[in-house]
Design a protein around this ligand. Structure first.
Ligand SMILES: [Fe+2]
Length: 466
């Protein structure tokens, strides 16, 4: 199931769909009528080739990497061995020097979840890497040695170009596979993924079948073993299930995904920040306390003034639940966090907020609703040049299917929305300009259904037009 052929006649349907996809202009922005969903919303079977485990006894699997420090000179290499701990070493060398090194700075974790026992989950942190350098690395040893590579981000600086990919709510269906394939074939050649939460959807299976966490880890290895994916937690990471005695929120997620949160003085892996090239990325947790006086609130209050836009002009915030969402799915679920955090997002001129959760695509105008205080009646969002653009990109294509039902008419704050699966890229050119594009699935790898030239809110805060 690694590749697919379209059914006979689908090309004719595609032409018809294109012909019919005349945008409907409401009093808001654009509601695209383009909906082409091909695959049923079921997870790929366990014997699919995308889930195949590597051969050899106890071979490392589910290899994945993420940033390992605050500035991008560190990496965390993670992998799972199914039967015994095996080697805890990561051997690595840069392509420039070829000088071999190894790290044993590895923690090994296991966990139980109801009747499931995990394999041995390894997390090895490597620091002080050279910037903008290709490294090869090896996990496992002997006949189960596996070799991969990654490229470190360039040194942090204000005009450093860098291309991020954006994926959310991916799951492990045939649509998920199409999304990941399209991402990997994106002609802008994105360098790392900002993943806005909801990874495996294991909790949609009986007893939260954690074998689906393992299969997801094997499915995405083809990208995340080679590129840093930056993680955000979603509701499908909570895995809170008292009916079966599972009371610890985020247990599978936090055992499997190691986050460098202490590097940004956070007290929880669920909220943290990193710098990468010319971007400062703040990750928030929609499912942790965020009201005034809570740890997340206090952390963000202290974090935002630290962002130096002369060093990292692009301020990007990631969360799972969108603060602005005009679909009839999860409608206003982000409202309580919006009330708490939106004044800061405007005050600190956040460029863009990416979220997932709603299984469709939406991009907002630059709007704010900070004037509203319950009694003054100013409840309608207004145009605000200091406000972020809010983008919902929960369209990875998971077992729960597509969100097709929208509020009507389209609100004025909503610039573009479409009920299709896909992924996006955020292509930073310099301190003033970044090219953003959203690519819908089922339309070839290079088709952009929505795009915007972002102008940096700190250096070049002019009005953008798509
Ligand atoms: Fe979600």
């Amino acid at each position: 199931m690694g590749s697919h052929s379209f059914a006979p006649g689908s090309s004719a349907l595609a032409v018809l769909a294109c012909f019919l996809s005349v945008a409907v202009i409401c009093n808001g922005g654009t509601t695209s009528p383009f909906v082409r969903k091909i695959w049923p919303s079921v997870d790929m079977p366990f014997d699919s080739d995308v889930f195949a485990a590597p051969t050899g006894h106890n071979a490392p699997q589910q290899v994945h990497i993420t940033q390992g420090d605050h500035v991008g000179k560190g990496v965390i290499v993670s992998w799972v061995t199914p039967h015994e701990p095996g080697s805890n070493k990561v051997h690595y060398w840069s392509e420039k020097t070829g000088r071999k090194k190894h790290s044993e700075n590895t923690v090994v974790k296991t966990y139980k979840y109801y009747n499931y026992t995990s394999g041995y989950i390894h997390h090895c942190t490597i620091k002080d890497l050279e910037p903008d350098t290709k490294y090869h690395y090896v996990v496992g040893s002997g006949h189960v040695r596996r070799q991969f590579w990654f490229v470190t981000p360039p040194e942090v600086g204000p005009d450093v170009p860098y291309t991020f990919g954006l994926i959310g709510d991916l799951g492990q269906t045939l649509d998920s596979n199409v999304t990941l394939t399209h991402y990997q074939q994106n002609p802008y050649n994105p360098k790392s993924v900002l993943f806005v939460g909801d990874l495996s959807y294991a909790d949609d299976h009986p007893l939260h079948n954690n074998l689906r966490w393992d299969s997801w880890g094997r499915f995405v290895e083809r990208s995340v073993a080679y590129q840093h994916w930056i993680w955000v937690s979603g509701n499908h990471e909570i895995d809170y299930c008292p009916e079966i005695g599972e009371y610890t929120p985020f247990k599978p997620y936090l055992h499997r995904y190691e986050i460098p949160y202490r590097e940004s003085n956070s007290t929880s892996p669920l909220w943290y920040s990193i710098k990468r090239a010319s971007a400062y990325i703040i990750v928030l947790s929609s499912y942790s306390a965020y009201a005034i006086y809570t740890p997340q609130y206090v952390w963000l209050q202290e974090e935002l003034p630290k962002v130096n836009r002369s060093e990292t002009p692009w301020l990007i915030v990631l969360m799972h639940t969108p603060l602005y969402n005009s679909y009839n799915y999860h409608y206003m679920e982000g409202e309580s966090m919006r009330v708490v955090f939106e004044p800061w997002l405007v005050q600190y001129k956040v460029d863009v907020v990416f979220a997932g959760h709603v299984h469709a695509y939406e991009r907002s105008e630059r709007i704010s609703n900070v004037a509203y205080n319950i009694t003054n009646g100013l409840a309608t969002p207004v145009s605000d040049p200091n406000a972020p653009v809010y983008i919902t990109i929960g369209d990875g294509g998971n077992i729960e299917g597509l969100a097709k039902n929208m509020t009507e008419p389209q609100p004025e704050y909503s610039a573009f929305r479409e009920a299709s699966f896909g992924h996006a890229i955020f292509d930073i050119k310099n301190r003033t300009h970044a090219y953003y594009s959203w690519n819908r699935n089922n339309d070839g790898i290079a088709t952009e259904a929505d795009s915007l030239w972002f102008r940096n809110r700190y250096w070049d805060p002019v009005k953008e037009s798509s």
